[in-house]
Design a protein around this ligand. Structure first.
Ligand code: IMP
Length: 178
């Protein structure tokens, strides 16, 4: 068991709630009177998506995709593969792809290309965190909760080796356990 003393709150649950409410308002305004499909990227986006969905004042349905990068441990080869596909096509739909964190940009670029093959009516990307300094593939999200420096963050869905996802606050894990 890793020590809790390595965790330092970066964004409290109150700060997160405030940003998620603002993102929900922006999406509701942009898609006023329309239906959207929220597509969450498993597993990290599950908590963000459940709060974002309830911050919307428009009709929304849900789907989930899974993606993993080839490579060992934290070293990624840069190739992404789909581990869970959509349950149904999003052809002609307003799609909001919901991710926990935009880091190198490889995962979202891959998923964006995959979703565009369905020819949705609109495709937007919402990410709670954005680490622009880490980008390998250029990518800009449409809705961003917080832009942060290159720190490893856990909590509110984000994990380290599957731990910490259920923390209500987002915390910096430092130093990173081996
Ligand atoms: P990208 O393809 O590098 O943009 O990868 C995004 C994925 O990397 C996220 O969905 C997370 O699973 C993981 N990731 C990147 N940075 C962090 C972090 O600070 N904490 C936890 N997971 C992270």
């Amino acid at each position: 068991m890793e020590s809790q003393s390595q965790l330092q709150v970066l964004f409290s649950r109150a700060q997160i709630a405030e940003r998620v409410a603002a993102l929900g308002s922006a999406i509701s305004l942009d898609f006023a009177g329309q239906h959207v499909i929220l597509i969450g990227v498993l597993k990290g986006a599950a908590i963000f998506m459940s709060d974002l969905a309830r911050a919307l004042t428009i009709d929304a349905s849900f789907d989930f995709v899974g993606a993993a990068s080839y490579g060992k441990g934290s070293k990624s080869s840069g190739e992404v593969r789909l581990t869970k596909d959509l349950d149904r096509s999003v052809s002609g739909e307003n799609v909001i792809l919901v991710e926990d964190i935009l880091d190198t940009g490889l995962t979202l670029s891959f998923l964006q290309r995959m979703l565009l093959l369905h020819e949705p009516k609109a495709l937007r990307v919402a990410t709670l965190l954005d680490k622009p300094s880490r980008r390998v593939e250029p990518f800009t999200a449409d809705y961003v909760g917080f832009t942060i420096d290159d720190r490893f963050v856990v909590g509110y869905g984000l994990d380290h080796n599957e731990q910490y996802r259920n923390l209500p606050d987002m915390c910096i894990l430092d130093p990173l356990p081996k």
